[in-house]
Design a protein around this ligand. Structure first.
Ligand SMILES: [Zn+2]
Length: 268
């Protein structure tokens, strides 16, 4: 895959990376650039910033993290001059679980241990709880927390003037949604709230850009997951046994989804 900036709206670009199939968004505003997510390390972030020079000479003045996960935030330190925004629990999770994430990624990718050790975990300094509408260099940017789903701090970022929605990992293309830190019983409602914002181009956290049809299909799958979880939990089936039964994803993915769903069902 060639990594290049693709213009998906006026002055709005996406770069899809081979590494982790991760998307980074860029919005060219007056007097500066907004970057959405920062890749998985300062080294990857530096490479991405360097590549930006092909499309703009303006400085990066704003950053938004879609959620706290390392693959979206471990490049934050490369933007000391920028105002970094995120949900209040994104900042909190980076403060409290940042080191645990670092340890987890190092265990997963020991070849990158030295790079990961040099990551300065940099939580967003600017946070909000439900919505924030901001004007970055004349461009209106709406940030919305729509409920728990892929994590407890995913936000949707819409650019109403440019007909683009950045959905973060609430929507995933090219792979099943990631359930590790998820709230499967609430995720469908959160994506349902995303649908009215999905009229233009929708950028998922990973994979190809999509549209409202794709968002609706993923909503259907998430609704099936929640329904199957409710039924099988009520029948006294264990999450691992439930994952071997039918479902919209592989048994491995279902096992994670149902383990998280049972946690929610046991405490509700
Ligand atoms: Zn991700």
């Amino acid at each position: 895959m060639t990594e290049r900036w693709t213009e998906i709206g006026t002055g709005v670009f996406v770069r899809r990376h081979t590494s982790l199939d991760l998307n980074i968004g860029v919005v060219i505003c007056e007097g500066g650039v907004l970057v959405i997510d920062t890749r998985a390390s300062h080294v990857q972030a530096a490479e991405m910033v360097e590549s930006l020079r092909a499309i703009t000479k303006l400085p990066v003045r704003w950053v938004i993290n879609t959620h706290h996960h390392w693959d979206h935030t471990f490049g934050n330190q490369m933007f000391p001059e920028a105002a970094i925004w995120g949900h209040e629990r994104c900042a909190e999770a980076m403060r409290t679980h940042g080191e645990a994430m670092r340890a987890q990624v190092k265990a997963m990718a020991p070849d990158y241990a030295a790079i990961l050790d040099a990551v300065v975990i940099t939580p967003p300094a600017f946070t909000f709880s439900t919505t924030a509408t901001l004007t970055f260099g004349g461009t209106t940017v709406e940030m919305r927390y729509l409920g728990r789903g892929h994590t407890d701090n995913d936000i949707a970022i819409s650019l109403p003037e440019r007909d683009v929605l950045f959905a973060g990992d609430l929507i995933e293309e090219g792979a099943p949604p990631s359930f590790n830190d998820s709230f499967p019983m609430e995720w469908p409602d959160t994506v349902a709230a995303l649908v009215p914002l999905s009229g233009g181009v929708v950028v998922p956290g990973h994979g190809a850009t999509v549209d409202a049809g794709f968002v609706n299909r993923q909503l259907d799958e998430l609704q099936i997951i929640a329904r199957l979880a409710r039924e099988r939990f009520a029948d006294g089936i264990s999450p691992s046994a439930a994952a071997e039964m039918s479902g919209p994803y592989t048994p491995e993915v279902l096992a994670t989804a149902f383990a998280r769903a049972w946690r929610q069902l046991e405490t509700s």
